[in-house]
Ligand binder design. Structure first.
Ligand SMILES: [Zn+2]
Ligand SMILES: [Zn+2]
Length: 136
């Protein structure tokens, strides 16, 4: 998958573009992502470092070291994650799938850290599903 993609944080003050090749789309089930993002697992788009560019709101980005290798960059106004970098993978930028415009076009190819996967994730769609939120 190759092309031009864009995205923003929740409040829209930070915006970025991706120009190039999407190397991978990953669901990460590790406990670091779970704590850092608050979800049962995190979905990420992996792109070459040079393909990723913050085009707006650079001054609003705040860094947080999630581990001795992984660093999260998030919008300090709304708290949304914008991108991650990891010393173990120095040539790539990891972008949360949910921050991208048209997230449905990015289809995960692999699950990683499955040893930490919460057991209900595999059957999440089998429980009662509502098209919108819970009725009051
Ligand atoms: Zn924001
Ligand atoms: Zn993770």
């Amino acid at each position: 998958m190759e092309g031009q993609f864009s995205g923003t944080c929740h409040c829209g003050r930070v915006a970025f573009t991706i120009n190039g090749k999407v190397l991978n789309v990953v669901n990460c089930h590790c406990s670091i992502c779970r704590r850092a993002n608050g979800g049962a697992f995190s979905s990420f788009v992996v792109v070459p470092e040079e393909a990723f560019e913050v085009v707006k709101g650079q001054d609003l980005l705040t860094r947080y070291a999630m581990s001795d290798k992984g660093e999260k960059h998030f919008c300090r106004v709304c708290g949304a994650p914008v991108f991650n970098r990891n010393k173990l993978y120095p040539k790539v930028t990891v972008v949360p799938l949910g921050c991208l415009d048209g997230p449905e076009q990015f289809i995960p190819k692999v699950n990683i850290f499955c040893e930490r996967m919460l057991p209900w994730v595999a059957f999440a769609k089998e429980i009662t599903c509502y098209e919108k939120g819970l009725a009051k």
